[in-house]
Design a protein around this ligand. Sequence first.
Ligand code: NDP
Ligand SMILES: Nc1nc2c(c(=O)[nH]1)N=C([C@H](O)[C@@H](O)CO)CN2
Length: 241
Amino acid sequence: MQGACELSKVILITGVGRRLGLALSTRLLEQGHRVIGTYRTETPVIEALRDLGMETYKIDFKSQLDVSDFIKAFKRKYVKLDALIHNASDWLPESETHQHFETIEYMMQVHVNVPYVMNLELGALLQASDGIADIIHITDYVAEKGSQKHIAYAASKAALANMTLSFAQLLAPKVKVNAIAPALMLFNEADDDQYKAKARAKSIMQREGGAEEFIQAVEYLLASGYVTGRTLPLDGGRHIK
Ligand SMILES: NC(=O)C1=CN([C@@H]2O[C@H](COP(=O)(O)OP(=O)(O)OC[C@H]3O[C@@H](n4cnc5c(N)ncnc54)[C@H](OP(=O)(O)O)[C@@H]3O)[C@@H](O)[C@H]2O)C=CC1
Ligand SMILES: Nc1nc2c(c(=O)[nH]1)N=C([C@H](O)[C@@H](O)CO)CN2
């Protein structure tokens, strides 16, 4: 049995400041992995993550310069990477003020452009992993179904899902590339009871999946030595409703 330190991975996760990214990054830190996290908003939560040993980088993915500077700094500091998890996301509905170009450009920037550039620029560090490395794209159930109120968001998540296929072919066999497509994992604080009841009813499990379900899906993909080019759906049976 290898010791914990031999099983310790270097893991870069985007969007660690709240909810699923926070729960996942905290668990991976507790398991002894070296976690590097990007965040947009400085909060006491980020300070607490630093106290747990996380290396944190403040980046707004809107800024191509911010992203490019981060990638340059990352490549100067780290010689290998075992996992890259693209979790950062903005759930932006269509604007009522007709800023449609801004909406689609922003959704593509966060969910497609940044993962695309990071995967290409950090590919060599992933190839340098001692084992089989991982890229995990966090997409969304609506990538396959569409969304009337989040059209640009859904389209960008569909593009991210498609990139799973391309990068899996490009980076095999040293790097596995998969996606996780959640449906209802966590409600937001502003969600009222009527919204929650409607959202729960969309799946046959009739509940939110929860952060633990999300963490277990990531752990499954990280532990696999064979699964690649696949999307793991976490939708409570919504697809057969
Ligand atoms: N929650 C759910 O039910 C579902 C979630 N998903 C997907 O799962 C993932 C996690 O979901 P959830 O935890 O709810 O996400 P949240 O929207 O709660 O958090 C997203 C994270 O991404 C960061 N982020 C947002 N915009 C930017 C930006 N412009 N630049 C850099 N970072 C940014 C935020 O940073 P900060 O907080 O620092 O501002 C935040 O930490 C996402 O990819 C989401 O699309 C898919 C379906 C359902
Ligand atoms: N970045 C985010 N993406 C999504 C969120 C969220 O809070 N942040 N929430 C959802 C919803 O839970 C939806 O799946 C059900 O109402 C989707 N994506």
